[in-house]
Ligand binder design. Structure first.
Ligand SMILES: Nc1ncnc2c1ncn2[C@@H]1O[C@H](COP(=O)(O)OP(=O)(O)OP(=O)(O)O)[C@@H](O)[C@H]1O
Ligand SMILES: [Mg+2]
Length: 474
């Protein structure tokens, strides 16, 4: 044993390990090979609502009577000696409370013999009930008003602003394909308008009076996304109800799979089967249901890269990208900026009851030089922010002092040729904001940063830059 290891063994006692395990956000249970529970951390006790005194020393199945050896991941791992990662489990504890977790279970081995198993659990009960609520609400909408389910549908091709050749060509092409049922894959950086284009395709299609359902693939754990998409059958897992999935709900319409780049590989292959065969099978069901759904998928990472790194199955990629389009970033179509600025000024004038006429030439020049990493969304936020402070007339360079922290503000601060009075106004304004945040939080950096909507480090950097002493506000 190396020196370091010996030293570590001396320092880390059982009580230290227990402290570490208790401090984790994940539940931890250790079971010996006779299925006696020998360790149970505080987090798991919170998740399951059980006292560790009532659990430790007992047999696993005595504590969780609704589990069977076939269903229990701990049983499987102790039997096989092989780990199981990220398995969804739903069970009742002995008080009858339903628990939903995602577990990874690892065998504890010595000289090839299984001594027991350790299971790490992440509580997903809340995420699950929220996603069920979304499903129920969607079902209610569809059930009541079969012809106007597209409450969330706001955009048509007419909503797409920009006369640049790139945008006009894209709109022309997508108007043509809107009439068919081919799958469309849209690539674009964040904020370029992928959702806007996806909705426009549906609104211009013969399916426009049928459902348009959007599901973000990054927001949910894989197993929940799966039950949401495909539906469930009563009894397929504890607590499961007979529920149609989004494919069934979108029947005859369009399903937007947003951020498909975040979908796990095993779900990708199940999705491929649905697309190829035109049928879905609810989880736990024994029969298929035919569905007629047009798929639009989006990704904010380049498909080539996803394929190269093995995060997107190539067979699914070919299936999805029958029509493939790229939305160019804003910095590659600077000629759209003026129109977008006018459009957003009009929008926020109406919203906030203001009468701003436009932006001064100098401001427009800054807009056109900047690279807009957050694309149209970032531009919209800049305009919205400014209209909060300006009531009428033209937005001038000195109004830029009102900008909130962000990459555009950082950009103008760094510009040497900007008039120095503008810069000093920007600085003064920012300094005031920081001092006020510190005052109201009693000099607490973390809270002040939260209030300002910036990172802790970035606040600390600014304290240094302006020579502000946080101690003065304690
Ligand atoms: N050409 C455009 N004309 C008008 N508004 C636009 C345009 N492009 C984007 N927007 C607006 O910018 C915002 C962001 O658009 P959207 O949500 O469609 O982007 P996204 O590509 O889906 O971004 P993300 O990858 O971050 O999800 C929305 O408010 C949208 O209305
Ligand atoms: Mg989006």
């Amino acid at each position: 044993m190396s020196n370091v290891e010996t030293r570590l063994k001396e320092i880390i006692s059982f009580s230290t390990i227990k402290q570490i395990f208790d401090a984790l956000d994940e539940g931890i249970i250790i079971v010996d090979r006779d299925y006696n529970i020998i360790f149970y951390n505080k987090t798991l006790s919170r998740i399951e609502g059980l006292e560790s005194n009532n659990v430790i020393g007992k047999k696993l199945l005595d504590v969780f009577p609704s589990l069977t050896p076939e269903e229990s991941t701990i049983y499987q791992v102790i039997k096989s000696g092989k780990p199981i990662f990220n398995r969804y489990q739903s069970y009742l504890n002995y008080k009858g409370k339903e628990i939903r977790t995602i577990n990874s279970t690892i065998p504890i081995m010595e000289n090839g013999r299984v001594l027991g198993a350790l299971e790490i659990s992440r509580d997903v009960s809340e995420v699950y009930s929220l996603s069920q609520k979304v499903l129920e609400l969607q079902q209610k909408l569809i059930g009541k008003k079969p012809r106007s389910v597209n409450i969330g549908l706001r955009y048509t091709f007419d909503s797409i602003i920009g006369s640049s050749q790139k945008i006009r060509e894209l709109v022309g092409l997508l108007k043509k394909v809107a009439g068919t049922t081919s799958s469309v894959l849209i690539y674009g950086e964040t904020g370029t308008g992928k959702e806007l284009f996806a909705q426009s395709i549906h609104s211009a299609s013969p399916r426009k009076n049928k459902p348009f359902i959007a599901q973000n693939c990054a927001a949910l754990p894989e197993t929940l996304l799966e039950s949401l998409l495909f539906g469930t059958t009563k009894g397929s897992f504890t607590g499961a109800e007979d529920k149609p999935g989004l494919f069934e709900q979108a029947d005859g319409g369009t399903l937007l799979l947003d951020e498909i780049n975040c979908m796990g590989l095993s779900l990708q292959s199940k999705l491929l089967r649905v697309l190829q065969e035109g049928v879905v099978r609810r989880i736990g069901a024994t029969f298929d249901i035919p569905v007629d759904v047009r798929i639009v998928a989006t990704t904010n990472e380049r498909p080539e890269e996803l394929l190269k790194s093995g995060r997107l199955r190539s067979d699914l990629f070919y299936r999805l990208s029958v029509i493939y389009v790229e939305i160019p970033p804003l910095r590659e179509r600077l000629e759209d900026i003026e129109e977008l600025v006018d459009y957003f000024i009009k929008k926020y004038n109406e919203k906030f009851g203001k009468n701003v006429k436009g932006v001064e030439r100098q401001v427009m020049n800054l807009f056109k030089e900047y690279s807009w990493p957050g694309n149209v969304r970032e531009l919209e936020h800049v305009i919205e922010g400014l209209i909060n402070f300006v009531d009428d007339g033209y937005i001038s360079v000195s109004d830029l002092k009102y900008l909130s922290f962000g990459s555009f503000k950082n950009y103008i601060e760094k510009k040497p040729e900007l008039p120095s009075d503008v810069k000093s106004q920007v600085y003064e304004y920012e300094k005031d904001l920081i001092v006020n945040a510190l005052k109201s939080t009693g000099g607490n950096i973390t809270k002040a940063a939260q209030k300002l909507g910036i990172k802790r480090q970035s606040l600390q950097y600014r304290l240094k830059k302006y020579g502000i002493d946080k101690e003065l506000y304690r």
